[in-house]
Design a protein around this ligand. Structure first.
Ligand code: SF4
Length: 446
């Protein structure tokens, strides 16, 4: 007999890759969907294949490295076409046996909702879905998230999910769940107003070692290598007061010290958003640490924003510079000039940030990019007294750089997202070379 309220299983799938490390990566979208479902009376269960603190894993300090840390991993065969890459390939996350046991322990759900991240991690999604199907063969599985949104056709044909949803999930969640379960409810929040969303359901995780925050969605820029504008076409911004209120709430409830901003454009329109928000945090006297693993916009860093970020407790700041090479810059984005970058670093240092706190992302492996230009960018960043961080380019469908990436790649990118893995530098002209990567890494770290 059908229960009155449907039981929804939410799953964060495994990652398959040459390398993966948990740099404050929580499935915030899925945790938000979980809270919306709960808020509307659904029963939910959450299984996280990437849980570093699974009860069967050897226990580590969840607060070490401000919440970052290595995933568990199991070596698996390399995917077809990448056998020649001289690196191990692994399933990152909990052991398969533990996942099967966890699935057997829960009541059969009425629906499974799964998220997805990088397009080239889809084999991890496939494997997760296969295991779920072996336990719950008759249950509908719905896949959303980044891979599903960017590679809809591929996901439909290859993921194994029964239904693929694209774009931000919150808007159509209740309607879709209603269609799948026959249980319809009226929305008690406005999908177009982030301030009306219930807080993400952090309590369904086994450990809460830091809190991810999303104070805005989308980005007004359209850099050629980034899919932000496709994934979140509508920019939505929360009120500064509601963000401060949420931080106070989580701090009181979970006693965590680390908060991580997931915004794509945290500092954009700072006068209306970031500045009052940072002032609110400072005035509230909250003794916490903030981190921005997603780059902030350099152009928005002034004496004032730098000072406020430092006073508010920002400890890890990442800047999206991408390159100092003018030829590349003009073709890729218009988001910053080298002069603006130098001024921003000066403001940050005057405010109190040291070299280790200021990490500057530089793209490596862009179509046709000469290694020499990456080396020049590394040197220029070092001269300012900030820390260069190499971000290897992954070609992303639906971005303006995609066609150029396809044309320049030595792999058939359009035939299989597996070839877009940034670890193999798919758009480099010459074959994969550890020597080049090691040289660049050493130069950045020296
Ligand atoms: S500024 Fe950042 S988030 Fe915005 S489009 Fe460019 S890379 Fe993407």
């Amino acid at each position: 007999m059908k229960r009155d309220t449907p039981h929804i299983l939410l799953v964060n799938p495994w990652i398959h890759d040459f390398a993966a490390y948990d740099v404050w990566a929580k499935p915030l979208g899925l945790l938000t969907l979980a809270s919306i479902l709960r808020f509307h009376g659904f029963n939910i269960t959450y299984l996280d294949c990437l849980d570093r603190f699974h009860p069967k894993a050897s226990q580590t300090d969840p607060y070490a490295r401000n919440g970052r840390g290595p995933y568990l991993k199991t070596k698996i065969p390399k995917p077809g076409g990448l056998e020649d890459i001289p690196r191990n390939f692994s399933r990152y996350g909990i052991k398969e046996k533990w996942f099967r046991e966890d699935l057997r322990c829960i009541e059969t759900p009425d629906l499974v909702l799964m998220t997805s991240m990088m397009t080239y991690w889809y084999t991890g999604v496939q494997e997760t879905i296969n295991v779920i199907k072996e336990t719950f063969s008759d249950v509908t599985i719905v896949l959303g998230g980044i891979y599903a949104s960017l590679c809809y056709e591929h996901a439909l044909n290859h993921s194994g999910a029964h239904r693929i949803v694209t774009g931000p999930g919150e808007k159509h969640l209740l309607e879709m769940v209603g269609e799948c379960t026959g249980f319809s409810v009226n929305a008690k929040f406005d999908p177009d107003d982030l301030d009306t969303y219930p807080y993400p359901a952090f309590e369904i995780q086994k450990k809460i070692n830091y809190i991810p925050l999303q104070t805005s969605k989308g980005c007004p820029f359209a850099c050629k290598y980034c899919a932000s504008h496709y994934l979140n076409p509508k920019r939505m911004v929360r009120s500064p007061e509601s963000v401060v209120e949420e931080i106070r709430y989580h701090l009181k409830k979970y006693k965590v010290k680390d908060f991580v901003f997931y915004d794509d454009a945290l500092l954009v329109d700072a006068e209306k958003h970031a500045i009052p928000m940072l002032e609110g945090i400072i005035n509230a006297g909250l003794k916490i640490r903030f981190h921005t693993p997603n780059a902030v916009h350099i152009r928005e860093i002034s004496r004032q924003t730098a000072r406020l970020m430092f006073q508010a407790g920002f400890k890890t700041l990442r800047l999206g510079l991408e390159t100092t090479s003018l030829e590349i810059r003009n073709d890729l984005d218009k988001k910053v000039t080298v002069t603006e970058f130098t001024q921003a670093v000066t403001c940050l240092k005057e405010a109190g940030f040291d070299k280790n706190m200021i990490g500057v992302y530089l793209l490596a492996g862009l179509p046709g990019q000469q290694t020499e230009l990456i080396e020049n960018s590394i040197q220029s960043v070092k001269q300012t007294g900030a820390t260069p961080i190499l971000a290897y380019y992954s070609p992303i469908p639906k971005t303006s750089l995609w066609d150029q990436a396809v044309a320049s790649s030595r792999y058939p990118l359009e035939s299989d997202p597996i070839f877009t893995n940034n670890a193999i530098l798919p758009c480099q002209n010459e074959p994969f070379s550890w020597k080049t990567i090691s040289r660049l890494k050493k130069l950045a770290a020296k």
